[in-house]
Ligand binder design. Structure first.
Ligand SMILES: Cc1ncc(C[n+]2csc(CCOP(=O)(O)OP(=O)(O)O)c2C)c(N)n1
Ligand SMILES: [Mg+2]
Length: 620
């Protein structure tokens, strides 16, 4: 749990409820305003009009109407990521609530603290334990639906419990591994009047690192020494838990102190500049070749705040860095325990908060400077400079725009203070393979783990609301753009100067790649021939009042992109890419992550697996 997040929990505890008769919806608005919540993403409905009315009367809270509840929860999600504050989404009962689900999943799987308020039918119209499917109109069992994707989901059918549940939700959002919480509030509860300072409150116990700190520390130090003593090719890997735990500075100091190369997962890709001399890239199923060679050649890897999902380590866990000893630190015990009896052996699993852990390591001198072999740093540099994302062939592509060249030019032209929001599918992967984080890029955000099509557009709205002084660039596929296209109206209505790049490869590109691998290229439902429409995005944007710039080949890319980025207001840049433009290289299922297709020659493979003994499983 981080210092800032602690502050929000503390703040909630300092809230002094009024001693005069107050409407519950006004009390909710007052509580949120006291916490410093300044924006609510909403779509109205019969069961939330009271809450919205009360929020509207609070001068320090903006009520932002979006055009689909999914967008409300996605905008609240990115808002929270950018502002490091509570994201707030509000919807009515029944369909309003169920539409929120995908955005809530994004927050749950990426550990993002958001508060979701849903209106519910009056308490005397609840079906409760009866066998009826529904009693109140648009009644839905929201708590059951959301329980598995929130840290807590509760129904408030008694006005006296509202403060208790608000306190508890804030506590749950920010304590330990963060995440979304939902409060489903009956309409009659919102309308009720009561004296707030008589209400029951909730006080949580601090999540502690005591077990790690006291019981295990001496044996852990010994184990650390044993594992690190023989290492000559160490790597640090930082994940999103480093940001969530406010450990960025601590991690930076750790890198300097140890002089050990570090890698960043997608969720942590914007933590440090990619020009840092010790930056060793990124690894995983859709990473470029360089990072995967690096991680596979390491002999010791310390993972901090990353849960190592299959997208990172590949389907064949046995073949993920088998020659490296592994130290794994995560705040969530279940992420640590999942490796018990798994194919991926962790030499030293530790349950701890990232900042607490790094500070402990530094103050106890647990990790001494390692005896790094000189060839290791040279190897890392060689791999990175050999396998660049954009090739000369990409630059010279004669027709339409090449995605890797697009990313190269975007890196060059991007404005300072930019937040990039990327979507799902090939466009996400091209972005992550091609983007170079430097001083101009403030954040790179996507819904990394849930990865729904359509996240980027509403998330870009949330990001710009959270940081209005930033330049927000949205990168989406044509398919993803369609999913939340209605938010173009929100962007126009709010006058948000977003730059929206629609990477139009005329279909669901990444799925076509999968169909090529498994189904002889039968592109059913993934391109025009397979039944998918290929609409005119210029006309669509025009209808919403969003000006467009069209880029149709590599040679005009630079000039038009520069012009588009310099435009004042919202602009959609429609980038025409080859039908079915693919990611490159691509890992086929079951192969180790350093062997994506097209396969390299045996000689080249040998060169970039040079630290791994011939008899290793990786070389078979
Ligand atoms: C809501 C949702 N539906 C389906 C999918 C499965 N899916 C992942 S990527 C993708 C295609 C995306 O097409 P597009 O946005 O054009 O991206 P491209 O791969 O072409 O860049 C699909 C259908 C998903 N991730 N999310
Ligand atoms: Mg596409």
């Amino acid at each position: 749990m981080s210092t800032e997040t602690n502050e929000l929990i503390l703040k909630s505890q300092y809230y002094k409820p009024a001693s005069t008769l107050t409407k519950v919806s006004d009390l909710i608005a007052d509580y949120l305003s006291f916490l410093g919540v300044s924006d609510a993403f909403v779509l109205t409905g019969g069961c939330v009009v009271h809450i919205l009315d009360s929020l509207d009367k609070k001068l320090d809270i903006n009520v932002i109407p979006v055009q689909h509840e999914q967008s409300a929860s996605m905008a609240a999600d990115s808002y929270s990521r950018v502002k490091k504050h509570l994201g707030l989404a509000i919807a009515t009962s029944g369909p309003g609530a169920t539409n929120l689900l995908t955005g809530v999943c994004c927050s749950y799987y990426d550990s993002v603290p958001t508060l979701i308020l849903t209106g519910q039918v009056d308490s005397d119209q609840l079906r409760r334990n009866s066998n009826s499917r529904q009693i109140g109109f648009q009644e839905t069992d929201v708590v059951s639906i959301f329980s598995s994707v929130t840290k807590s989901a509760v129904l408030v059918d008694d006005p006296k419990l509202i403060l208790f549940e608000l306190d508890k939700a804030i506590w749950n959002c920010f304590s330990g591994r963060m995440g979304p919480c939902l409060i489903d509030i009956c309409d009659d509860v919102q309308r009720a009047e009561l004296i707030p300072d008589t209400l029951k409150r909730f006080r949580g116990k601090p999540v502690s690192n005591i077990e790690f700190a006291e019981k295990k520390s001496s044996s852990i130090i010994e184990k650390f020494h044993e594992l690190t003593r023989l290492s000559s090719r160490p790597l640090l890997v930082f994940g999103a838990g480093v940001r969530n735990g406010n450990a960025i500075n601590a991690a930076s100091e750790l890198i300097q102190e140890l002089n050990v190369p570090f890698m960043l997962t997608w969720g942590a890709f914007d933590l440090f500049s990619h020009s840092h001399p010790l930056f060793a890239g990124n690894f995983g199923v859709t990473a470029g070749r360089a990072g995967n060679f690096i991680v596979q050649n390491a002999d010791l890897i310390i993972f901090i705040g990353t849960r190592l999902d299959t997208h990172e380590i590949g389907n064949n866990r046995k073949l993920f860095a088998p020659d490296a000893r592994k130290i794994f630190i995560d705040i969530d015990p279940s992420e640590v325990e999942k490796f018990n009896n798994s194919d991926l052996f962790i030499d030293l699993p530790i349950i701890a908060d990232s900042k607490y852990f790094i500070e402990w390591v530094r103050s106890n001198k647990v990790l001494q400077r390692m005896n790094i072999e000189p060839g290791w740093l040279l190897f890392i540099k060689e791999a990175i400079s050999t396998f660049t994302p954009c090739s000369e062939i990409d630059r010279q592509q004669p027709i339409q725009v090449n995605p890797y060249f697009f990313m190269e030019i975007l890196n060059e032209l991007i404005h300072p203070n930019t937040i990039i929001i990327t979507d799902c599918g090939s466009n996400l992967i091209w972005t992550m393979q091609g983007i170079k984080v430097g001083p101009k890029i403030k954040r790179i955000i996507s819904a990394w783990n849930h990865s729904p099509m359509g996240y980027a557009l509403p998330a870009a709205i949330g990001a710009l609301v959270a940081a209005p002084d930033s330049n927000v660039v949205c990168i989406t596929g044509d398919g993803g753009f369609q999913i939340n296209v209605q938010e173009a109206a929100t962007i126009e209505r709010m006058g948000l100067p977003l730059k929206i790049f629609i990477l139009n490869n005329h279909g669901h590109g990444i799925i076509q790649g999968t169909q090529d691998q498994w189904l002889n290229g039968n592109h059913v439902a993934s391109n025009f021939a397979g039944g998918l429409p290929d609409p005119d995005y210029k006309e669509i944007c025009k209808a919403y009042g969003i000006p467009t710039v069209e880029i149709s080949n590599n040679s005009e890319l630079k000039e038009k992109m520069s012009m588009a980025l310099n435009r004042q207001g919202a602009t959609a840049i429609i980038v025409d890419m080859k039908n079915g433009s693919q990611i490159y290289p691509k890992l086929l299922a079951g192969r180790p992550i350093h062997e994506p297709s097209p396969l390299l020659s045996k000689i080249e493979l040998k060169k970039f697996m040079r630290f791994i003994p011939e008899n290793s499983d990786l070389r078979k």
